[in-house]
Design a protein around this ligand. Structure first.
Ligand SMILES: C[S@@+](CC[C@H](N)C(=O)[O-])C[C@H]1O[C@@H](n2cnc3c(N)ncnc32)[C@H](O)[C@@H]1O
Length: 256
């Protein structure tokens, strides 16, 4: 009964579910007083996160992480019709699905079909997706990057995304934070070589206290190269997760 009262309402790509919405849904005095305790805060968080998982499944996405990219793109509008996009660390394909539907399967404002390109790359295999070229391999290897490049018109991209993460379970350690930063650095180096002027770069970082020193130098480097660099955590990202995203808008070009 409680779950019914608290059930959120979603539209396809705008996530109406916020802590405020959830809190407002509690109309009984039981909910109101329980919401003050730590356990009910955890309960609220679990409800919200489960709701994102249900929403991703209902929308046909392979991973709830798709909703993170939806939220970032709803805010910054970088997945434009006809753009060329590289999705690093793409498997199982949630971000690629979002990129393909927003870039390739959209129609340009003048009514003509704008055919964009999405190139996905991952160490792990990925089931095929319409409109997505998949490259299977380690993105840190030059030969794999060359295979990615071969799919890009003129070898150039408008958007480079990286959700790459080293395999680690449980608590983030210094070793996994360093591996994660190395993956970011590989994505940055690739972006520096392939982005068109005004291009966009987004990569996952671990922003919890004690680990920022690993990626802060990277952020400083990116600040010189992009008009705007911000650290963002989309609502669909689990609160308990250390992940955030470096959102870099407006690549200044090689002469910056
Ligand atoms: C969090 S998952 C990505 C989820 C994906 N964005 C989605 O929406 O389905 C991270 C991925 O990074 C990949 N990865 C880690 N290291 C990599 C590397 N060196 N090269 C390519 N992919 C890598 C992993 O195999 C994993 O599939």
């Amino acid at each position: 009964m409680l779950a019914l009262v608290c059930r959120p309402r979603f539209s396809k790509h705008s996530i109406a579910l916020t802590p405020r919405v959830l809190t407002c849904a509690f109309t009984t005095s039981v909910c109101a007083s329980a919401a003050k305790s730590g356990s009910s805060q955890r309960w609220l968080r679990r409800q919200r996160e489960d709701a994102y998982t249900r929403q991703a499944t209902a929308d046909g996405y392979r991973a709830r992480s798709a909703l993170k990219l939806c939220a970032l793109d709803d805010k910054h509008r970088f997945l434009r019709a006809g753009a060329a996009c590289v999705d690093c660390g793409a498997s199982p394909g949630g971000w690629s699905q979002v990129a393909a539907e927003r870039i390739a399967a959209t129609t340009a404002a003048d009514g003509a079909h704008a055919s964009g390109v999405v190139v996905a790359v991952d160490l792990a295999p990925m089931q095929p997706l319409p409109g997505v070229h998949f490259v299977h391999g380690d993105f840190t290897e030059a030969a794999v990057q060359a295979r990615v490049n071969a799919h890009l018109p003129g070898g150039q991209a408008d958007v480079v995304l990286s959700d790459m993460a080293p395999a680690f379970s449980g608590k983030l350690t210094a070793a996994s934070a360093i591996s994660a930063t190395e993956l970011c650095e590989a994505a940055v180096a690739f972006a520096e070589q392939t982005l068109r002027k005004d291009g966009i770069f987004i990569c996952k970082v671990h922003a919890t206290r004690g680990f920022a020193m690993h990626w802060r130098p990277l952020k400083r480097r990116l600040r010189q190269q992009f008009r705007s660099v911000r650290v963002e955590k989309p609502a669909a990202s689990r609160q308990a997760s250390s992940e955030s995203y470096l959102v870099c808008l407006g690549w200044k070009g090689v002469d910056a």
